[in-house]
Design a protein around this ligand. Structure first.
Ligand code: F6R
Length: 612
């Protein structure tokens, strides 16, 4: 989604802004822009459709210089991706960049037109620039006053940064619905929608809270609420270094992140999983008592996080004996809910900023849940801060838009929670120990399955000319089939669907012919016999079978032209869903590679989905 960076300094900040935008590219965008103001209050703006590199080239050609400025990557919502619609938007001397959606933009636009304002773009953002301009003219006073007067008239969600070129020593940041973080420097300050944009220039940060308005100048940061009263916010230091965000020896971030899974899982287990028990005391001293009360789990999530919730449902119910429901957050938030007694709401999100999940979490606070728990990869994210409890997945930064290591670490945390709840719910000590032993093997098992990389790369070439694919799984591997299909469609643009294998003959079987790849997730478990029948159903219709299975499982006539068997090392049943995800991630990666797709930034998608 859109990315923002702003800077106020006494040196030329053009390169800093462009560098920040390069670090925001991973969030997904379609156009970019920058406006800087020099010491003579002169505004220099450049915008382009496409990659930030085009903007960098243009800035170099024009030798842009400015001591204060704003830059933006846009992910189109209102108005097509184009140079004219790219931010920043300007109204005389007011400059605006904005993330989010102004819901009443039409109404405000009509009013502004009646006051003589004209519009050069189709965006909702341009109304903010003119509205601020109008408020300043109506009431005089500072830009801060104009912001305070404008906010009550704007509905929707917006993280925005604004400035007045005539007073080029200050920028103003507003957080309503969309996150912003201030990066503190020496004699200069910055603001961005994502701290990754600021890592090379600041090492202490202030995370704005909902409704905060920050007036930022070189030596001073003042934060107000929407009433204009001063509020205090903590400054925090972050321990993230630049090398964490380089590709290293890998071609793509996604490939690197697939390979980082053993270490990401080790870090996630560290301090929480001992040989004997799961220790979640980070949740507070009374956590045992609290979890004992939990009689139902309600999971809310979107996309890949939803798929991990779906896997955990099988675990919560079969291992911990606790009923669990999983719902897509955008559905949950718009229907009449019946809350079960003593239900714990779990919000799953790698980014912690997904608009629908955040809104569903906020809604849950008004309902009768006994509490909320976030499982998230970003410590200072909105979902973490607004949940009663949180468990951080320690994946490290994930840059590829397609979630990989955040999915496997989410599952790792969920499985630890299952054991914890199970232990409070009468799970036999031997069963606990067995699962703990399996979890501890997980990093090693994933290292083993990663050695199949070359085999999977070879198979991927079969998909070069394919437009559709089916994924089949049963039990806790059905959501893994869903995740496999999601990964394939999002980065290779092949249309892929997942089915519970038993559903095949209830419709999707009609799609199967000798041009349809059918990927089957077939671990060596108690459902394998049933799955083998479904495999036969595909085979007799000529479907192209790709079966991911255990090395000890035998299938009839392995050398069939239409059946490829990818034999994988042994894995314990309980962790098999995490393990079987890895070859599917590799398959999508290599298919996207041969199709020359933009793997880390697939078209139309964003890493952090901050609009509903
Ligand atoms: C797909 C993917 C998305 C996200 C979804 C929710 O690879 O990453 O489907 O899972 O947008 O995002 P989070 O987990 O940040 O709430």
């Amino acid at each position: 989604m859109c990315g923002i960076i702003g800077a106020v300094s006494q040196r030329n900040i053009t390169k800093i802004l462009l560098n920040g935008l390069l670090h925001l590219e991973y969030r997904g965008y379609d156009s970019a822009g920058l406006a800087v103001v020099d010491e003579h209050s002169h505004i220099n703006r450049i915008r382009c459709l496409g990659k930030v590199q085009k903007l960098v080239d243009a800035a170099n050609r024009e030798n842009l210089i400015g001591v204060v400025g704003l830059a933006h990557t846009r992910w189109a919502t209102h108005g097509i991706p184009s140079e004219i619609n790219a931010h920043p938007h300007i109204s005389e001397y007011i400059i605006v960049v904005h993330n989010g959606v102004i819901e009443n933009h039409d109404q405000i636009r009509k009013k502004l037109i009646s006051y003589g304002y004209s519009f050069s773009s189709e965006t909702d953002t341009e109304v903010i620039a003119h509205l601020l301009n109008m408020k300043q003219k109506q009431y005089g006073g500072s830009l801060l006053q104009a912001v305070l007067k404008s906010i009550p008239e704007i509905s929707g969600s917006f993280g925005m940064v604004v400035m007045d070129s005539r007073k080029s020593s200050t920028i103003i940041a507003v957080r309503i619905g969309n996150p912003l973080v201030i990066g503190c420097g020496m004699g200069e300050n910055f603001v961005a929608s994502d701290q990754l944009a600021l890592l090379s220039i600041a090492n202490s940060f202030i995370h704005l809270e909902e409704g905060d308005i920050a007036e930022i100048s070189c030596n001073k940061i003042a934060i107000f609420n929407v009433m204009g009263d001063i509020v205090n916010r903590n400054k925090v230091k972050l321990n993230i270094h630049h090398d964490h965000i380089s590709k290293g020896i890998y071609k793509h971030y996604m490939q690197k992140e697939i390979y980082e899974q053993p270490i990401a899982i080790k870090n996630t287990l560290l301090g929480r999983c001992t040989n004997k028990e799961i220790d979640l005391s980070e949740l507070g001293i009374n956590i045992g008592m609290f979890l004992k009360k939990v009689k139902h789990i309600q999971i809310i999530a979107c996309g890949t996080s939803y798929n991990s919730g779906m896997v955990s449902r099988y675990w919560f119910e079969s291992l911990a004996n606790i009923p669990c429901d999983v719902e897509i957050a955008s559905e949950f938030r718009y229907r009449k809910l019946q809350v079960r007694k003593d239900s714990l709401l779990i919000a799953l999100s790698q980014s912690g900023e997904t608009a629908d999940t955040l809104a569903a979490l906020r809604l849950s606070k008004k309902l009768n849940y006994i509490g909320s728990l976030a499982i998230c990869n970003v410590l200072y994210s909105s979902i973490v801060r607004e949940s009663d409890l949180y468990l951080i997945t320690k994946s490290g930064i994930e840059i590829g838009v397609a979630s990989t290591k955040t999915f496997s670490t989410q599952l790792t945390v969920l499985l630890m929670l299952v054991i914890k709840l199970g232990s409070l719910n009468g799970m036999h000590i031997e069963v606990q120990r067995k699962i703990i032993k399996a979890i501890q093997m997980l990093p090693y098992r994933i290292e083993q399955v990663l050695t199949k990389d070359k085999i999977i790369e070879k198979i991927a070439s079969d998909f070069f000319d394919k437009n559709h694919a089916l994924f089949l799984g049963r039990g806790d591997h059905y959501p893994i089939a869903m995740e496999g299909a999601l990964k394939l469609k999002e980065i290779s643009y092949i249309h892929a669907e997942a089915y519970a294998a038993g559903e095949l003959k209830h419709g999707p079987l009609a799609l199967v012919d000798n041009n349809m790849p059918v990927i089957v997730i077939a671990p060596n478990n108690q459902l394998l016999k049933k799955l083998k029948c479904n495999i036969e159903e595909v085979r007799t219709r000529g479907g192209l079978l790709y079966i991911f299975t255990d090395q000890n499982v035998e299938f009839r006539k392995n050398d069939d032209y239409n059946m490829k068997i990818i034999q994988l090392p042994y894995v314990e049943d309980v962790i098999a869903p995490i393990f079987y995800t890895i070859p599917l991630q590799l398959l999508s990666y290599y298919v996207a590679l041969i199709k020359s797709r933009d793997i880390d930034q697939p078209r139309n998608l964003a890493k952090s989905v901050t609009v509903e």
